[in-house]
Write a protein that binds this ligand. Structure first.
Ligand code: NAD
Ligand code: UFG
Length: 341
């Protein structure tokens, strides 16, 4: 299948492009490098020996996106392109609403015009807010988000549902709600490239272990959890990438579905402290840390019930937390070595 991958130069997108190629599909990448750079395209080429067709531009630009559809017969779309910093979305909400919602509408309009029937969207566990049920099933209530970023995901899900269920619509849409993607490709050739100070836990840990940062601050150890720190469902990015390929293949089998949302997680809750300890054990390096105050807006405990995607689509996570932390460290070592040159 020929698959348009928006945001394909980014963290999850680049790993998905690699898995698409390994599965015999033909990805076409669209990216504007607003949060990535060309090095990921080089990494994809080194891993797969192939250089996918690449279009540089903005997914909100309808004339540009139309051109891609004019020049190619697209069988499916995976829409990763989006801005993802929770904090930045609070200070600049309009940029987030414009980018994340406009790009979705643009892609959906093109899908309709050019009769592309399969659409996979990057949603997030953030739509559940502070959950009432654990592990979280897809039937859990979606809460009002504490950030404009989270709201864009909820609004995008609503748009997708309306479009898919409209009369005469022939598009089949699946929103994948990611839990916490971590790790990197085992080759060490692609991974997460945070710009500036990382917001997310694992890049902060790897940079601290590398000595780029003095210490990690664990945001609160006074939560009512077994060790007092927050609990998350950390999923290896390669497992997450494979979930997209399985989902597209499932859609292409002519499923009788209009719109559905699936959790993509391991089903395991791991605390922040457990993750730090596992990183130290697996990699034989120390991560100096201090305990700080709670971070505003943090959810205490969040982990998936991944039963639905396993039963319907036949996907489940295969890689361990140790695999993910080993691969994240390998990636950090590679980019640090590269930076020195
Ligand atoms: P990323 O920033 O690494 O990748 C996103 C890519 O999209 C980047 O390469 C960026 O340059 C590109 N992009 C953004 N806006 C664009 C536009 N208008 N036109 C063209 N390209 C554009 O992020 P990621 O971690 O790979 O996340 C991918 C998707 O998954 C995002 O939609 C994100 O919100 C969602 N998601 C991520 C996480 C996570 O923790 N990483 C969790 C849940 C959901
Ligand atoms: N944490 C620290 N110190 C740090 C960074 C993080 O203690 O320096 C803690 C956080 O307090 C949280 C846990 O590590 O308890 C995970 O934090 P992340 O920022 O890595 O991830 P979040 O779960 O807060 O958010 C992530 C994505 C969001 C997405 C959400 C749900 O960053 O975009 O998962 O999918 F919305």
């Amino acid at each position: 299948m020929k698959i348009l991958v928006t945001g394909g130069a980014g963290f999850i997108g680049s790993h998905t492009v690699v898995e698409l190629i390994s599965a015999g599909h033909t990805p076409i990448i669209l990216d504007n490098f607003s949060n990535s750079d060309r090095s990921s395209l080089k990494g994809i080429e080194q891993i797969t020996g192939k250089s996918p067709l690449f279009y540089e531009g903005d997914a909100c630009d309808i004339a540009f996106v139309r051109r891609i559809f004019e020049e190619n017969t697209i069988d499916g779309i995976i829409h990763f392109a989006g801005l993802k910093s929770v904090g930045e979305s609070v200070t600049d909400p309009l940029r987030y609403y414009r980018n994340n919602i406009d790009s979705l509408i643009t892609l959906l309009e093109c899908a309709k015009t050019y009769h592309t029937k399969s659409f996979v969207f990057s949603s997030s566990a953030t739509v559940y807010g502070e959950p009432d049920v654990l592990p979280i099933p897809e039937t859990a209530e979606r809460k009002v988000s504490l950030s404009p970023y989270g709201n864009t995901k909820k609004i995008c899900e609503d748009i997708l549902q309306d479009v898919a269920t409209a009369e005469n619509s022939d598009i089949h849409i699946i929103a994948l709600r990611y839990f916490n993607p971590i790790g990197a490709h085992p080759s060490g050739l692609i991974g997460e490239l945070p710009i500036g100070v990382p917001n997310n836990l694992v890049p902060f840990i790897t940079q601290t272990a590398m000595g780029k940062r003095e210490k990690l601050t664990i945001f609160g150890d006074d939560y009512p959890t077994p060790d007092g720190t927050c609990i998350r469902d950390f999923i290896h990015v390669v497992d997450l990438a494979k979930a997209h390929i399985r989902t597209l293949e499932y859609l292409s089998q002519g499923q009788n579905l209009t719109y559905r949302a699936y959790n993509v997680g391991t089903g395991l809750g791991v605390s922040v402290k457990q993750l730090v300890e596992t990183f130290e054990e697996v990699n034989g390096v120390k991560v100096p840390y201090v305990i700080g105050t709670r971070r505003t807006g943090d959810i205490m405990t969040c982990y998936a019930d991944p039963t639905l995607i396993r039963n319907d689509i036949g996907w489940q996570s295969e890689l361990s937390l140790a695999d993910a932390l080993r691969d994240a460290w390998n990636w950090e070592k590679n980019i640090s070595e590269h930076d020195k040159k």
